[in-house]
Design a protein around this ligand. Sequence first.
Ligand code: BTN
Length: 266
Amino acid sequence: MTTVADSSLDFVRLRDLLGASAGRFDVDHVAVCDSTNTRLLERAQRGSGSGTVLVADAQTAGRGRRGRTWVSAPGSSLSFSLLWRFPAAQRLEGLSLAVGLAIVRGLGKLGATGLALKWPNDIWLNGRKLGGVLVEVAQGARGEWATVIGIGLNLRAQPEWVEQIAQPFAALDELSQQAPDREAVLAAILEALLEVLTQFSSHGFVAFVDGWMSYHALLGADVSVEQHGLKRYGRCGAVDALGRLTVDTPEGEMHVFGGEVSLRAT
Ligand code: BTN
């Protein structure tokens, strides 16, 4: 693991926490950047390898799904991206869902309870948004995939978030006054990601369907699904082997892919 001098991220502690997995990651930290995803997409172009991680205290242009802005506050959030490469033949459907599962598994190892996954890739705590995943993909000259897995999590709630965040949010400090520090959360998630991404390479999302279903926040709920300006209503069902969401509507069963889709409980 690379260490960067003069950083507020405790690299020695992070390496200790990662133990045997430390050698699989090359972690870098910056106080501020536009977006860790943007920076890693650039590094991917320059040939950086799987396991490259960039953590930022603050982002000036943090990105969320569906063109949204992602707000992160120094000391109160964990914002990082991980570069992971896959061969050209790899099917990537469901990757962001598998990443969500890795996050709840990692946080579960730290003792967090009340976690759920809101399809496609929101992390919920006690029914409110704790964090999110933005996976972006670039393809190399021979068709190989460079995926940038961006993760944002709220560690300690800040009063100003009430005005800045347009939906009910949660932060890890509501589980205990002493919210786990960034290093502990980062190490737990990276370890879980290592396991999940390795398994995903061999089997794809099908290996995670049961695991994902055990955290499915909206299973059986009445929902609306909005895609390409069209809103439909139905009952939320299971995810399938490609990570698509099944929704029973009066017109029949829909299989909804992720991407530019909005799912809401009604
Ligand atoms: C969402 O829920 O809409 C996804 C949020 C993803 C935010 C993370 S923070 C680190 C990485 N860099 C970004 O610009 N976005 C992701």
